[in-house]
Design a protein around this ligand. Structure first.
Ligand SMILES: [Ca+2]
Ligand SMILES: [Ca+2]
Ligand SMILES: [Ca+2]
Length: 785
């Protein structure tokens, strides 16, 4: 928190700033723990390999630890893998006659410099026998050990020998004995490019052919007559930190020359990966390098029934959501070569159909380019799917017939996270009542409210009164705070008309629970009944300060002045601010939890009623966090959707020192120029230590386009700026997630924003950027619901 008291600091700082003007990156206002040093396993010479049967169950109770061939039951079968350095394991899971679903939870990321290959070979002078199907049988052990040596000799007989790292034989196929193996090559970086899968394949095939023709020699072909043409090799797998590769083929027990394959990486967006095969056999390879001593993952396999994907849907009258379409077994990854068709029938030609996607958008693609994330054909238009971090709606107009056909197909070798869309009807003549239809993403957005909601900004073009009220009589613009304030501001007083009755809904009207709208701005909890159903005066036990003598202009706050302020701590250290918004719910910024070590709810303690950091007082109460929700569209780089919700472990008992703040209605206006307050224990100056006493600073709401320009158009509609052109007063490191609170004339405080980011602290022309609460309310209410 940086305030006027620190004016000297601020001045010296801005001088410093011009001298050390190298900081152009955006600061995340978080208390960054020191010394985040990831020791990367540079090279893998020291890596220890864990082979078949060497798994440890010391850390985790493993059910059905098996390696090699695993029969899938219709209930999940678990396979746990442990190791302490680097590991590659592979196996085959079989289920007949159904599909397989793989559920994989990656834990950590670590680069690797090994090349990994898997494949199979056929031995002409041996036959499969049932004992070889049992991973734990003596026959399996003897045969696999001998073949493993044979494989090692084979590799050593080629140029690849010097790169040999490890190998294993993990399963056998029927008929003339086919054995499945993997091996790894440790290749110097300079050679990695030339050592392609094709080259490795050629070298092995040449060696096999040459030795096959030498009869009676001492070569590895002496005991095993290996068919050189039977070599199937899949690889080289790219240097993924960890991942899951997926090969499927249509028929069990027979591996075609060209297996389909796809490798999935690990990402925090997908903490659990569920993968479907496209047939009854699935070969899987886990590849994982590690940096921690405790790094398990769990994999379960399950046979799931085949599911048809052709559906007829008849829509009924009405504009509400009517249902959802999805890829089979959603949210599991869809199978390679998925083909889905939905036939929709609308009740009349006046309607179109809207498909509401979540984090997935459709776009036109040039005819010759493939769709790697799903191809859609909607009324003969070809569109490609694309995973995004935004909402998207596809509008399908109906022209000559009431029937709509939608198909989804995935490429034969590619899969991806399951796709789902909700569907509803829309009026062709008025698709967005009272709002603007953004053609880029199909969403209805408020027009002329001063925020460019539509990516192309068309919702704010040609506005007579941007973000202001337009007098009907002469189109003069007045501020919304002058509407229904019982003073005549428009020439004929139209600003004071219809203030106590329902009006047509628009971007600036307040929507009551019964769906009717009122003209008066911000009518919530102002002790006047404005909605017919009185919903504007319900749930108003919020936003009141303890009756205290306020110290005006001071940087130190008074105990009980900000009873919704929370301190979010890890092991006794204040990391971020937060705001109490309801019983058991605290809102904060998503970036507070972005570091992997801060992502677990169990490490956090939330303090309410706190005033001093270094001592505890009788007013404070601590809570553990039972659940932590980050906005699903939160993006680390842009800080878009920087909001998180914390659910507390026990109820909050309110007191003069602990009170929730009021949440605004979606239409609540925080007009530019309004003075609001930010509070927190953040640093008193840029680069400084956190403060012992809870601080407060008043800041002014800044017009969106002015801030957007100051920050080179990095300001999204989910952001709100506050501060001063000259700087001096701002939030700082440690204030993150804390409230930007604005007082209404009724004396109640409403949450306008959350401290998110800014360029330094209190620098001139670098306003503080806050998460705009009215834009993330939908997700918040849904999550707390
Ligand atoms: Ca707008
Ligand atoms: Ca007025
Ligand atoms: Ca009211």
């Amino acid at each position: 928190m940086e305030a006027e008291e620190q004016e000297e600091d601020a001045n010296s700082l801005s001088k410093d700033g011009s001298e050390t003007n190298s900081t152009t990156s955006r600061d995340c206002r978080r208390y960054v723990p020191l010394g985040i040093v990831f020791v990367l396993l540079a090279g893998t010479a020291a890596a220890t390999w864990y082979f078949l049967g060497k798994k440890s169950t010391r850390f985790f109770p493993c059910v059905g630890v098996r390696w090699g061939r695993v029969k899938a039951m219709s209930s999940p079968t678990s396979i746990c893998v442990f190791g302490q350095h680097l590991q590659i394991k592979s196996g085959q899971i079989w289920a007949n006659p159904s599909l397989l679903r793989i559920n994989y939870r990656p834990w950590h990321l670590e680069p690797s410099v090994l090349q990994f290959y898997s494949g199979s070979l056929q031995v002409l002078n041996r036959q499969y026998f049932p004992d070889l199907g049992e991973v734990e049988s003596r026959a399996f052990w003897l045969e696999s050990a001998k073949l493993q040596n044979m494989l090692k000799d084979l590799i050593h007989a080629t140029e690849l020998g010097r790169y040999y790292n490890s190998s294993t034989v993990y399963a056998f196929g029927e008929g003339a004995l086919t054995f499945f193996f993997w091996f790894t090559l440790q290749i110097p970086e300079s050679k990695q490019k030339e050592m392609t899968a094709e080259r490795v394949n050629t070298m092995l095939h040449q060696e096999l052919s040459a030795s096959f023709n030498i009869s009676g020699s001492l070569s590895y072909q002496a005991e095993y007559r290996v068919n050189p043409d039977s070599l199937v090799l899949l690889g080289e797998y790219p240097l993924l930190s960890c991942g899951l590769s997926h090969q499927t083929w249509p028929q069990a027990y027979r591996v075609p020359k060209k297996g389909y394959e796809k490798i999935y990486g690990c990402s925090r967006q997908e903490p659990v990966v569920e993968v479907l095969s496209s047939g009854p056999v699935m070969s899987i390879v886990w590849k994982k390098a590690m940096y921690s001593y405790y790094d398990p993952f769990i994999l379960t396999a399950q046979a799931v029934p085949l599911k048809a994907c052709e559906v007829n849907i008849t829509l009924r009258e009405g504009l509400e959501l009517q249902g959802k379409i999805s890829t089979p077994h959603y949210p599991s990854y869809y199978s390679p070569n998925t083909q889905c068709t939905w036939h929709m029938t609308v009740p009349s030609l006046g309607y179109g159909v809207t498909l509401w996607f979540d984090a997935y958008a459709l776009s036109r693609q040039k005819q010759d380019l493939p769709c790697t994330q799903g191809q859609w054909i909607i009324q003969n238009r070809r569109l490609c799917g694309l995973r995004t971090l935004q909402a998207y709606a596809e509008r399908i107009p109906v022209t000559s017939s009431a029937d709509i056909t939608i198909t989804f197909t995935s490429q034969i070798s590619l899969t991806g996270p399951g796709v789902q869309a909700a569907y509803s009807l829309y009026n062709l003549s008025d698709p967005c009542p009272g709002e603007f239809l953004c053609s880029v993403n199909g969403l209805c957005v408020p027009a002329c409210d001063g925020i460019k909601d539509c990516p192309n900004g068309l919702d704010e073009r040609n506005c007579v009164c941007p973000a202001k009220f337009q007098c009907r009589e002469d189109s003069t613009c007045i501020e919304f705070s002058r509407v229904c304030n019982q003073q005549q501001d428009c020439a004929n007083g139209t600003d004071e008309e219809q203030c106590s009755e329902g009006v047509p809904c628009g971007p600036f009207t307040h929507r009551c629970d019964d769906g009717t709208c009122v003209k008066k701005p911000n009518p919530r909890c102002d002790t006047t009944a404005d909605c017919r159903d009185l919903s504007d005066e319900e749930r108003c036990d919020c936003g009141l300060q303890a009756p205290l003598s306020r110290i005006v202009g001071g940087a130190n706050s008074v105990e009980g002045e900000w009873p919704w302020q929370a301190s979010l701590q890890v092991r006794g250290r204040h990391i971020c601010g937060g705001t109490l918004i309801a019983d058991r719910w605290v809102v904060s910024a998503a970036h507070c939890f972005q570091d992997e070590r801060l992502a677990s709810p169990s490490i956090w303690t939330v303090y309410l009623g706190k005033y001093f950091q270094n001592t505890s007082s009788h007013t404070e109460v601590s809570f553990k966090v039972i659940r932590l929700f980050l906005h699903p569209y939160y993006e680390e780089d842009s800080h878009d959707y920087d909001v998180a919700l914390l659910q507390l472990d026990h109820p909050v008992i309110t007191s003069p020192f602990i009170q929730p703040i009021c949440l605004p209605a979606p239409s609540h206006l925080f007009e530019p120029g309004l003075h609001c307050w930010i509070t927190g224990w953040g640093a008193l100056k840029e680069g400084g230590h956190i403060s012992n006493v809870l601080q407060k600073v008043d800041v002014q709401i800044i017009q969106q386009d002015i801030c957007s320009e100051a920050y080179h158009y990095m300001i999204s509609p989910r952001m709100l700026c506050a501060g001063y052109h000259k700087g001096k007063k701002d939030a700082c490191q440690g204030d993150s997630g804390g409230p930007l609170a604005c007082e209404e004339p009724s004396g109640r405080w409403f949450l306008a924003g959350l401290v998110s980011w800014g360029m330094g602290c209190a620098r001139p022309n670098s306003y503080g950027v806050y998460t705009r609460i009215t834009q993330v309310l939908g997700w918040m209410n849904q999550t707390m619901g």
